[in-house]
Design a protein around this ligand. Structure first.
Ligand code: NAD
Length: 246
């Protein structure tokens, strides 16, 4: 088995984050399962992984709050040791015509999707830089690359994630910290619960591999980027999207 390492995954109580946490745990990592409101879901994952002999913990925080993020990182480092891998997965979606978006909605999307990521990176980086070892994987979206109609705030926030990834990779590369980005295509999770069935079928039909992605598809990409197999990869954006080009 590979050397045990500690990973913190934000938004791991459900969806993509939950599967990322599961895959890392089963691959021998010590896993901090972060949740926002659903402590109950985080607990069921914790129970499942502990039952399989994995080393894990749950930790709650609103990532849009810098002080809560500091508390989260301190709690993980105390319980599981220095964080070697950070997976910035937590985010919110937002659907609205552009001219109907309120100031508050716009700010809220950026507070979670961009500032939350900034706070998480800022809190874990001192330890990674001191140890001269670390990997950060930021979850963007295909819409951060191509843009999506009626998802301007979300698309802009996910484009910001790509900019943050590329700039930070240059800055911390000399400290042996790698920063990469995964920009998933359309993945079958709760986040798409509000997207109507017809639109999802259309997106599936536009996808050369003729299916929506699964949380597992994304988890495998994230695990690869954290692994020694990706040791010369930084500042990159990988889009597991079944070949969807829009
Ligand atoms: P999801 O809605 O199931 O999960 C999002 C997670 O973020 C939840 O666990 C939620 O608790 C957490 N979160 C939201 N606000 C938070 C806050 N203020 N503080 C802390 N945590 C908060 O969605 P998902 O589909 O699993 O998405 C995971 C990631 O993948 C997101 O970054 C999303 O933008 C991205 N993504 C998803 C798709 C898709 O089709 N599902 C496509 C491209 C990118």
């Amino acid at each position: 088995m590979a050397e045990l390492k500690t990973v913190l995954i934000t938004g791991a109580s459900r969806g993509i984050g939950r599967e990322v946490a599961r895959l890392f745990a089963l691959s021998g990592y010590r896993v901090a399962i972060h949740y926002h409101e659903r402590a109950d879901l985080a607990q069921t994952l914790y129970d499942e992984l502990m039952g399989k002999g994995c080393e894990t913990m749950t930790v709650g925080a609103d990532i849009a709050d810098a002080s809560q993020v500091c508390g989260m990182v301190a709690a993980v480092e105390e319980r599981l040791g220095g964080i070697d891998v950070l997976v910035n997965n937590a985010a919110i979606s937002h659907y609205k015509l552009f001219d109907e978006i309120t100031d508050e909605e716009w700010k809220n999307v950026f507070a979670v999707n961009v500032e939350g990521m900034f706070y998480c990176c800022r809190s874990v980086l001192p330890g990674m830089i001191r140890r001269k070892n670390g990997a950060i994987i930021n979850i963007s979206s295909i819409w951060g690359i191509t843009g999506a109609s009626c998802e301007t705030a979300y698309s802009a926030s996910k484009a910001a994630v790509i900019g943050l990834t590329r700039a930070l990779a240059k800055e911390v590369g000399p400290s042996d910290v790698r920063v990469n980005c995964v920009a998933p295509g359309v993945i079958d999770t709760d986040m798409n619960a509000l997207v109507d069935e017809e639109a999802l079928l259309e997106l599936k039909a536009l996808t050369p591999l003729n299916r929506l992605g699964t949380a597992r598809d994304i988890a495998q990409t994230v695990l690869f980027l954290a692994s020694p197999a990706a040791s010369f990869i930084t500042g990159q954006v990988i889009s597991p999207n079944g070949g969807l080009v829009i």
